[in-house]
Design a protein around this ligand. Sequence first.
Ligand code: PMP
Length: 438
Amino acid sequence: TPQTYTTSTAASQSWFARASTVTPGGVNSPVRAFNAVGGTPRFIASAQGPWLTDVDGRRYVDLIGSWGPMLLGHAHPEVVAAVQDAVARGTSYGTPTEPEVMLAEEIVARTPVEKVRLVSSGTEATMSAIRLARGFTGRDVVVKFAGCYHGHVDSLLASAGSGLATHAIPGTPGVPGSSTELTVVLPYNDREALRAVFAERGHEIACVITEAAPGNMGVVPPEAGFNGFIAQLCRTVGALMISDEVMTGFRASPQGFWGLDGALEGWAPDLMTFGKVMGGGFPAAAFGGRADVMAHLAPEGPVYQAGTLSGNPVATTAGLTTLRLATEEVYAHVQQVGDVLKVGAAEALTAAGVPHTVQAAGTMFSVFLCDGPVLDYEGAQRTDTAAYAAFFTSMLEQGVHLPPSAFEAWFCSAAHDDEAVQAVLDALPAAARAAAGA
Ligand code: PMP
């Protein structure tokens, strides 16, 4: 049984102090900070299956899953063995290798993409996909949706300006207005807004980029037919649809969210981006799509894109092994664990009188602390972040590590067994009461 968390976080606190001396905010990605929930980030020393163990020796059920990649759970023995074998043969050659080909084949087999280029992060994947879309179409305007996150690409770190179809404004200092003035930001799930922009500027639009099912404002599934509508609208003016499956890819279903949407409704995006699960916990990501579009990429075509560690043999071995182990049974288990946790969370919050909405996209789900449904970013922002902070802190104290943000999916794995699930269920009622008191 999990150790009960006490007040001692001495070792994490000490490491956080050291980290803060040499790293801005003490973390290497802002999502790891506890700024939104309070307290000290736990420094994790090891992980196994569904469990994280921190430097104080405390154990937590992991519902972060490295923000998506750990579909099989931590340190899966077959993945570890394959990686050890790969490492022993050298870590990077800067030449073509076998596993990168097999990983690309696996991606092509599971999705509608015909050709794949491997990169090292989701950010690189979306940045490169947009460059390719612009190079292919000879157009500059990119349409994105508020609340969709596609990595820290300058032109995609944009907030909606006032009024629809006006220029987007940079969402962060350091991004020049000239980088976002070609980005149009629309409300998610809003067909009218899309129609209006396409009517006015259709001939200028290179692409629409969208999360296949947004998971970065909490999980906000597309309304029925919305993705197909985007694909169709793009086709009418010769723009490309980029479906970002960095989070949903090989997670929401064996074929990503597309497997639950386009595969059933008979449409496909022109380009797709992938990351997380396909890297098996290593820095690997990809973009791919129509062969005629991908043919514009260097060295076959003129659109430049490159990477020293792209297709790295260790990373691609981890990703390939993970995907090969990600069978229908794995997805069925992850779905079932999620279903139990969704019901458990809803019951606990209802009993405590906390307004909430549980939303899902395939095996992905999140819990909004506000009434639903949540259809877009504006809706997501109604979530009670103070209540979430109290909820998160109580869960952590009881040995369950949720994402330290109210706007993230809870990631389960094939390794979440009865013991781990029960530990979460046991912790929920007190956490819900803490949320009610916040
Ligand atoms: N796209 C989506 C949908 C994502 O969820 C993320 C990461 N959370 C990214 C792109 C960026 O990926 P990375 O952090 O690997 O750059």
